[in-house]
Design a binder for this molecule. Structure first.
Ligand SMILES: Nc1ncnc2c1ncn2[C@@H]1O[C@H](COP(=O)(O)OP(=O)(O)O)[C@@H](O)[C@H]1O
Ligand SMILES: [Mg+2]
Length: 414
């Protein structure tokens, strides 16, 4: 296709101050000012389309730019001065593919250069419909050297017969949007750090209380039991007092069992000592006994070797999933399945209960499921919640085992 030899664009290229343009608009082709008496409406000629488009182009904040097929700038709206600091005359008549190296950061210049070359090549090969329009974010360099983020759109410009004759480009300042995105990204990452730290502190605190209960309270209760046994023996001859001492001994034993149960629920030693599979099997048995919901566990024979934070994360997710089964599902069974490969461990809980309307689900603020998601993502993994085959719900935690991955995602989860 032969390149267009005539510059294309709006007929009137000269830039006038807005006040003059406005006056022209109202004075409808006369040089009189607003003071001139308006003519009767029947005599008023409508403004030409060219005039309307010129006024629009000259009054919008976006830069509007027209190129011919040789990529020569044939029209440039005056906002180029406000946004980029160049006078219209500096850009007019220039070849865009030379100008982009000056006006765009190197990365963006490369993207735009290639896009325009491809467009022209496609048009020259007769693929006229290939590029209808093209929108991207581009970083411009102002005349003073500062930079400006824009959303830029290029569209093929066609003659009345539909022949491509050039391009029209619209460049919009998106500095504010970019700034807001940056602020959002920053606050999102701060929130992630905060929730990571909260989980970390919560785990540390649980472990500390569990240790205190076991080491301190546990030891003291044992000492108390020894004392009560000896007291009961000495009171053998005084049955009413001996029975009271025995009743106290029963009470202390119950207290010991309660403190042990609390310690274990805070942080099961078994998780640290025997690993995730054993801890889950133990928890499932306990859950089955307490809830009456059958809880079979399918797990690898060999205990997978997991970083401590991954094991804790999987265990906590399982606890929440089983608590949910008990609280919400009305299920009679919750199957647990643990699978492990070299780089991934998955724990799934499938119940046969009422299930959940997953379409409505994202609107419901629910801390338990949110917490599971957060824990999994801090450990570099994810949670999937699906309708169970048959009925009920299936919650699966997929967690990476690769220590480096888990470490960067959740350095401090204990
Ligand atoms: N296994 C399940 N079966 C049915 N509904 C469930 C199940 N797990 C969660 N849900 C639903 O999802 C909601 C959110 O759960 P969750 O975030 O743990 O909050 P909470 O348990 O505090 O209500 C629950 O209120 C319940 O309606
Ligand atoms: Mg819950």
């Amino acid at each position: 296709m032969s390149p267009a030899d005539k510059p294309q664009g709006f007929k009137r290229m000269r830039h006038r101050p807005v006040s003059q343009q406005t006056r022209r608009h109202y004075s409808v082709g006369t040089t009189n000012t607003m003071k001139a008496r308006p003519k009767r409406s029947a005599e008023i000629q409508p403004a030409s389309e060219t005039e309307i488009y010129r006024l629009v182009a000259e009054n919008v904040a976006d830069i509007i730019c027209v190129l011919d097929l040789n990529l020569r700038v044939t029209y440039l709206s005056p906002s180029v001065t406000h946004l980029l600091g160049y006078a219209v005359e500096e850009g007019l008549g220039q070849y865009w593919d030379q100008w982009i190296d000056v006006a765009l950061t190197p990365d963006c210049a490369a993207i735009v250069g290639k896009a325009f070359r491809d467009m022209v090549a496609s048009l020259n090969q007769g693929h006229e419909d290939v590029f209808k329009s093209w929108t991207t974010e581009l970083e411009f360099i102002r005349k003073d050297g500062s930079t400006l983020w824009t959303e830029s759109k290029a569209t093929v410009l066609r003659s009345l017969e539909g022949r491509p004759i050039g391009f029209i480009g619209i460049v919009r300042d998106i500095t504010e949007r970019k700034r807001t995105e940056e602020v959002l990204k920053r606050s999102e990452s701060q929130l992630r750090l905060l929730s990571q730290r909260i989980i970390e502190v919560q785990e540390e605190e649980r472990a500390r209380i569990a240790r205190e209960l076991h080491d301190q309270l546990g030891q003291e209760l044992v000492a108390l039991k020894i004392e009560l046994v000896s007291l009961a023996e000495r009171l053998a001859g005084v049955p009413p007092l001996r029975d009271r001492a025995r009743a106290m001994l029963d009470l202390v034993e119950r207290l010991d069992a309660t403190s042990h149960r609390i310690a274990v629920s805070l942080r099961p030693e078994i998780l640290d000592e025997l690993g995730l599979v054993k801890a889950i099997q133990w928890y499932a048995e306990d859950f089955e006994r307490r809830s009456g919901i059958s809880c079979p566990v399918e797990a690898p024979v060999d205990e997978p070797i997991l970083p401590r934070q991954t094991a804790t994360c999987a265990y906590r997710i399982l606890q929440e999933a089983l608590t949910n089964v008990w609280k919400h599902s009305g299920a009679s069974q919750a199957k647990i399945r643990i699978t492990a490969s070299d780089n991934m461990v998955s724990v799934s809980v499938s119940d046969d209960g009422v299930g959940l309307d997953l379409k409505r689900f994202p609107d419901t603020p629910s801390l338990g499921l949110l917490g599971m998601r957060e824990r999994a993502s801090l450990a570099g993994g994810r949670i999937s919640i699906r309708r169970n085959r048959g009925k009920g719900l299936r919650v699966v935690a997929h967690l990476p085992v690769n220590t480096a991955q888990a470490d960067t995602a959740a350095t401090a989860m204990v």
